[in-house]
Design a protein. Structure first.
Length: 458
């Protein structure tokens, strides 16, 4: 009985400690990783590095000089040589270390063994990136960072750069309009597409950029940001008037570039290779970012007249996508589906949209529309997104690279408040003044408690 009582006295605290660790791992994975996971994974890595590398086939035969030196100085067994390991650098989400590859190895050899390394060292995932020839970096992620997204404190922002999501390797996903001028965002209802759009708009709202919106759902998505928008179209008829104004603005900017460079006024726009960033800062027009929500609404037709209007709008969108980058005009096209079935010009427009972000979609064909022509292996990843994880998406570009990302939560009210605080940054673009949205005054509560609307002002 004495032994049993002693066992119960010792086992109680141990069980409580184990239960607390399990609870922390489930509810606060970051805290668990910093206190328990990090020391355990580091110990596993240090104690088993050589054997794991050998089991993964990442070792090479030692050089002849090394063999002779070992035989002359020691009687140890001559073993294969693993990649030289650098200093282990802990992070809040995992570990980082660099490997100097042995002669004859390539980064693809290490990347092919990433899943084996993950299980051997007890981490959530292992990602391999090339630092320079002969050196790769292993980024070990300790837990699923996309389950509860928290953006890093230090993100690579800047002019026309917006950190909108977190990658699965715990690095920020930055939307850089200078590097990837036009983008396509697809996603079904409640997939997180609107949240992605909110982050883009609120991030750009604090920068000296003109924001233009086309929202054919009567403006329900973009109207809350009206105080920061330079122009807004809420139906196809208004869009048919706004797009020609943007094309004229683009042509005026090309004329400005021509005049600065001394190019003849009759030179075709396609033959001009420079852009507005080569102009002096005091002459440089402000960049314009055009957001198109539910792009399929611009393609839908009911009559012959609608077909002519549709063809004109699609032609203008294609012109903006082909020529807008040099003029500082960028496109962000959003929708649930985007393929050839929308009509003439849809495939041609999609081909000009370099960046692709695919949220959860209702069928495989929609994922192929977004990613099939740039990263076919990413289609399966997009189709595997669960409805329980809104905001999760697959991002890719024409380089063929892709990764899973997830957008953190941002309420509509907070995004709209950011736009209201940045209303003084709306640039003066005469061509867009007729399309400036009306900004309603915030509702005021009288003494009786009922909410009375104030008149709408322009």
């Amino acid at each position: 009985m004495t032994d049993l009582a002693t066992l119960l006295e010792v086992g109680g605290p141990v069980a409580a400690l184990g239960g607390g660790a399990a609870y922390t791992r489930a509810k606060h994975p970051g805290v668990y990783w910093s206190t328990v996971g990090l020391p355990l994974s580091t110990a596993r890595l240090l104690s088993s590095y050589s054997s794991v590398m050998e089991a993964c086939g990442l070792t090479v035969a030692p050089s002849r000089l090394r063999v002779l030196a070992l035989k002359a100085t020691t009687q140890r067994e001559i073993r294969a040589v693993p990649p030289r390991r650098g200093i282990i650098r802990p992070t809040t989400t995992g570990l980082r270390l660099r490997l100097r590859l042995a002669p004859g190895q390539e980064p693809a050899d290490v990347a092919a063994s990433a899943e084996r390394l993950r299980h051997a060292w007890g981490v959530h995932a292992v990602y391999v990136t090339t630092v320079k020839p002969g050196v790769v970096e292993l980024r070990l992620v300790g837990y699923d960072v996309l389950r509860r997204v928290r953006m890093p404190r230090k993100v690579g922002g800047g002019f026309l750069k917006v950190p909108v999501a977190l990658r699965e390797d715990a690095t920020p996903y930055v939307r850089d309009y200078r590097a990837v001028p036009h983008g396509l965002v697809l996603g079904a209802t409640l997939s997180g597409k609107s949240m992605y759009l909110r982050h883009l708009i609120s991030g750009l709202a604090r920068q000296p950029v003109a924001l233009v919106g086309i929202d054919c759902k009567r403006g329900v998505e973009l109207a809350p940001f009206a105080s920061r928008l330079s122009a807004l179209a809420t139906d196809p008829d208004e869009a048919a008037e706004l797009l020609p104004a943007l094309v004229r603005e683009m042509e005026d900017r090309y004329d400005l570039i021509k005049a600065r460079q001394g190019i003849a006024p009759g030179t075709p726009d396609e033959e001009i290779t420079s852009d507005i960033w080569g102009l002096p800062e005091d002459e440089r027009p402000v960049p314009v970012v055009l957001f198109v929500d539910e792009v399929a609404e611009l393609f839908l037709i009911a009559t012959k007249k609608d077909e002519e209007r549709r063809d004109e709008m699609v032609t203008q969108l294609i012109r903006l996508a082909q020529l807008g980058r040099a003029a500082g005009i960028y496109l962000e096209v959003c929708g649930q589906r985007f393929g050839a079935e929308l009509g003439k010009g849809a495939t041609m427009l999609r081909a000009q949209l370099t960046g692709r972000v695919c949220h959860r979609v209702n069928d495989e064909a929609s994922a192929k529309m977004a990613l099939g022509d740039i990263a076919p292996e990413a289609v399966a990843a997009a189709c595997a997104i669960a409805p329980e994880r809104p905001g999760l998406a697959v991002a890719g570009d024409t380089s063929g690279g892709w990764s899973r990302i997830r957008t953190p939560y941002l309420s509509l009210g907070d995004a709209a408040e950011i736009c209201r605080e940045s209303a003084d940054l709306v640039p003066d673009i005469p061509a867009l003044k007729p399309f400036r949205p009306h900004i309603p005054v915030q509702l005021a509560k009288p003494l009786g408690g009922a909410v009375q609307p104030n008149p709408v002002i322009g």
